[in-house]
Design a protein around this ligand. Structure first.
Ligand SMILES: NC(=O)c1ccc[n+]([C@@H]2O[C@H](COP(=O)([O-])OP(=O)(O)OC[C@H]3O[C@@H](n4cnc5c(N)ncnc54)[C@H](OP(=O)(O)O)[C@@H]3O)[C@@H](O)[C@H]2O)c1
Length: 319
């Protein structure tokens, strides 16, 4: 496993991060826990030292399962633990809330659920339009002072929002949606993060599984993916045709398509680690080799061009 410094922090994180959103039944259905726990242990064996979750995943369920597994396996000190705050899910309809009181309360709840006394990376999940940055800063400052969080990151933000936060507290990492089919952040956010040495840890690096190229044309998704643009109608087979083409490029490099998609992300100099959503030991075991190397530059562009064209055509078919 290769490791990289997360921004300016003292965290040397593995280039593959173990993503725990899969333990959110609302989005992913009923994911069996035993294989998931085994995957967490397998991750340790393979040198993965970075795990990402959020208070909102399953309204505390993901953090609780993670805390139980870390405690039962005595694994807490094997991982840098990253979680997020933003959604207030105390009411029937959840809403963004990074108010002083909520951040303090939710952090206490996350610590309790994860059975730990310190979170290594505490992330603001998205931009909250109703809370002033200095109020967020006050809450984070208190938590840092009390030793409950070590470093702070943000997710799902643009340059302006990151800049506003950076005026009042240190932002060490950025967690954006980034993969071969979603490249918007290459224009502004990635250069900004490079310039300011902010670590970048993309989510959905496999476009929630599509970029593995493992699904057949008649695959029926039983989770929320059944409604995603590129997973439905004529768009889906168009994407699979393109993935058949890129799979051949992967094979020539001795890689699976999933490994190629992850290596493509890790080739970007701004990127620290890719957060992969894991359900089984096979998922983590087969993805780790992606981090052994980076891609030759012409291949990086070739794969991106093929999938970019396919995405545009697929979306047009949908319309
Ligand atoms: N900050 C945010 O707003 C945000 C949003 C989304 C996610 N995240 C974080 O990012 C993580 C990853 O994102 P994601 O779950 O959306 O998407 P992802 O990593 O792109 O896709 C996960 C899916 O890919 C498949 N997969 C994973 N490893 C595989 C392997 N080695 N071989 C074959 N298939 C494999 C599985 O699909 P099957 O289930 O079909 O097997 C899995 O459910 C999450 O767990 C979470 O920690 C953050």
């Amino acid at each position: 496993m290769q490791y990289k410094q997360l921004g300016k922090t003292d965290l040397m994180v593995s280039r593959i991060c173990f993503g725990c959103w899969q333990l959110s039944p609302r989005f992913w259905g009923d994911v069996p826990l035993e294989p998931w726990r085994k995957a967490l242990h397998k991750a340790v064996d393979l040198g993965v030292n970075f795990v990402d979750t959020a208070a909102a995943y399953g309204e505390g369920y993901s953090e609780t399962c993670l805390g139980d597994a870390l405690a039962a396996g005595k694994l807490r000190d094997k991982f840098y633990l990253a979680t997020k705050v933003y959604w207030n899910f105390q009411t029937a309809e959840r809403y963004p809330d990074t108010s002083y009181e909520y951040v303090i309360q939710e952090c206490e709840d996350s610590l309790r659920r994860m059975k730990t006394d310190c979170i290594d990376l505490y992330q603001i999940h998205a931009w909250d339009p109703l809370t002033r940055p200095d109020e967020v800063a006050a809450a984070l400052g208190k938590l840092k002072k009390e030793g409950k969080i070590r470093w702070v990151g943000v997710s799902n933000m643009n340059v302006e929002q990151m800049s506003l936060y950076r005026e009042v507290f240190d932002v060490e990492s950025f967690q954006p949606h980034y993969n071969l089919l979603a490249r918007e952040i290459e224009q502004r956010e990635l250069p900004y993060c490079l310039q300011h040495r902010i670590g970048v840890i993309p989510y959905s690096p496999l476009y929630r599984g599509l970029l593995t190229g493992k699904y057949t044309r008649d695959h029926a998704f039983s989770d929320s993916r059944a409604t995603y643009d590129l997973y439905v109608g004529k768009a889906f087979p168009r994407m699979l045709d393109a993935l058949d083409e890129t799979k051949k490029i992967a094979a020539d490099l001795g890689l699976t398509m999933a490994q190629l998609a992850i290596r493509w992300i890790l080739t970007q100099p701004a990127i620290t680690s890719a957060i992969v959503g894991i359900k089984t030991p096979e998922h983590i075991e087969s993805i780790v080799p992606a981090a052994d190397d980076i891609l030759p530059i012409p291949i990086w562009h070739r794969v991106a061009n093929i999938l970019d064209t396919a995405r545009k055509e697929a979306l047009a078919m949908k319309g």
